[in-house]
Design a protein around this ligand. Structure first.
Ligand SMILES: [Zn+2]
Length: 441
């Protein structure tokens, strides 16, 4: 039994919730000095493969950035899918295209798969589409500029190059790896159960999901918030303003709406939960169109208003938190002022990625990889700072990590770039994370 064996068993116990950590923790302390650089010979070979591809990886990024692929550009999304399909076929993957144009009005997804029975079964997640398009690849010093260079063609390049290094070392042999590049992450097709069916199906056949959205220095993502929308309808008794507060007229719809929103503000707030009333219309004659989030209101100062409509969103870290918040909102809405009534309805948006113990165990693995590579520790990214992503759709099915992609800036904006100097270290980190998951010792 070598030193790496001791180290890995400590980490894998966490992952599989087995119960002999003391032995391994002691062994870890004893084992550490044996490998000064922290890497086995196979791992060192994987690192060398990544280093040898330094310029080639940037070329792959450049080629992908130069294929314009905004979500609505179905041809472009399909063509970048073809580029990645060819890369993955060369690494022994079978690929297929899942067309989504007829079902949800989106280009579709690339699915690539290698089959095997050893180690953890990995699901790797990237996306083909970008928010903006049309800015070609331009290299300036350590920056690779262009539409989607960071979000997430840089992450896709890291994913593919990590697999290439593993393949070169035979580390994909008899291992199941499914890669999904979705074609509509930036503007996800609806309904979600159709547009994310392939992702969910792949997760059901996998143990761990790794997603390659942008890297935030020193962190990995173990949790992402989800979102839901809410719609509040308030009615009151219309009449002369001089009769407000009377038995017959009561409070009017606008006071009732104000009561409800203030109670939300006072009573609902807790860590990782936010709720935002984003549009409100109220008065005597009110129109509201949920499709455009727009409406009109008219009234007179001498009339008690009969109607208010409020539309908002909420962000949450777990389904449980969402359900508790909805319960409280319903109770607040039900406590009406005189002669007023109100109802609230909710529409599910993207689910959350709850920070589970399984996710934290994966963080421990990549933290150790990062230290062994001499790149310092990694901690959990603050979930309140990260919106929903594709990994959220599979977060209840498998343990996962996100934020394994490129270091960049200006995402979703002109001037977007990926930092080219950090591509190799991020690729090595991803490759060794996958290696230790697929080849537990
Ligand atoms: Zn993205």
């Amino acid at each position: 039994m070598n030193a790496m064996t001791f180290r890995r068993c400590h980490l894998f116990e966490n992952l599989e919730k087995m119960s002999v950590p003391v032995f391994c923790a002691v062994a870890l302390a004893l084992a550490t000095p044996v490998f000064a650089d922290g890497l086995s010979s196979a791992e060192q070979a994987i690192v060398r493969h990544v280093d040898a591809r330094r310029e080639a990886a940037i070329e792959l990024l450049a080629r992908s950035v130069n294929i314009a692929s905004a979500t609505e550009n179905h041809d472009g999304v399909r063509r970048i899918g073809e580029l990645y399909a060819a890369e993955l076929q060369a690494l022994g993957f079978e690929t297929r295209w899942i067309d989504q144009r007829a079902e949800v009005g989106r280009a579709g997804h690339l699915v690539a798969e290698r089959r095997g029975t050893g180690g953890k079964r990995l699901l790797l997640i990237g996306h083909l589409d970008t928010v903006l398009q049309g800015e070609p690849f331009r290299r300036e010093g350590n920056r690779g500029h262009g539409s989607g260079a960071s979000d997430m063609k840089g992450g896709n390049a890291i994913l593919i190059e990590a697999l290439r290094a593993l393949h070169a070392e035979g580390a994909l042999d008899n291992r199941q790896v499914i890669v999904i590049f979705t074609g509509d992450e930036e503007d996800t097709g609806k309904p979600y159960d159709v547009s994310r069916a392939a992702l969910v199906e792949a997760a059901k056949r996998s143990d761990i999901a790794l997603a390659f959205e942008g890297y935030e220095p020193g962190t990995a993502v173990v949790g992402r918030r989800g979102f839901s929308s809410w719609h509040l309808e308030v009615t009151g008794s219309q009449g002369h303003s001089s009769t407000i507060f009377g038995d017959e007229r009561g409070a009017g719809a606008i006071f009732e709406a104000a009561r409800i929103l203030n109670a939300f503000y006072e009573q609902l707030r807790e860590p990782y939960l936010t709720f935002n009333p984003s549009v409100i219309v109220g008065g005597t004659d009110v129109t509201y169109d949920p499709a455009t989030f727009g409406g009109t209101a008219r009234g007179k100062t001498n009339v008690v208003p009969p109607r208010v409509v409020v539309e908002g969103d909420m962000r949450f870290l777990s389904r449980d938190q969402l359900n508790r918040a909805r319960e409280k909102m319903r109770a607040i809405v039900a406590g009406n002022l005189p002669q007023a009534s109100a109802s609230i309805s909710f529409i599910d948006g993207m689910p959350s990625m709850e920070p589970t113990d399984g996710n934290r165990a994966l963080l421990a693995v990549i933290d150790q990889v990062s230290r062994d590579l001499g790149d310092g520790p990694l901690v959990a990214h603050d979930p309140s700072k990260r919106g929903a992503g594709d990994i959220s759709f599979v977060a209840t099915l498998v343990s996962g990590l996100d934020g394994l992609g490129a270091l960049g800036k200006q995402e979703h904006a002109p001037g977007e770039y990926a930092d080219l100097d950090t591509l190799p270290i991020l690729t090595k980190r991803a490759a060794l994370l996958m290696y230790r998951l697929m080849w537990p010792q």
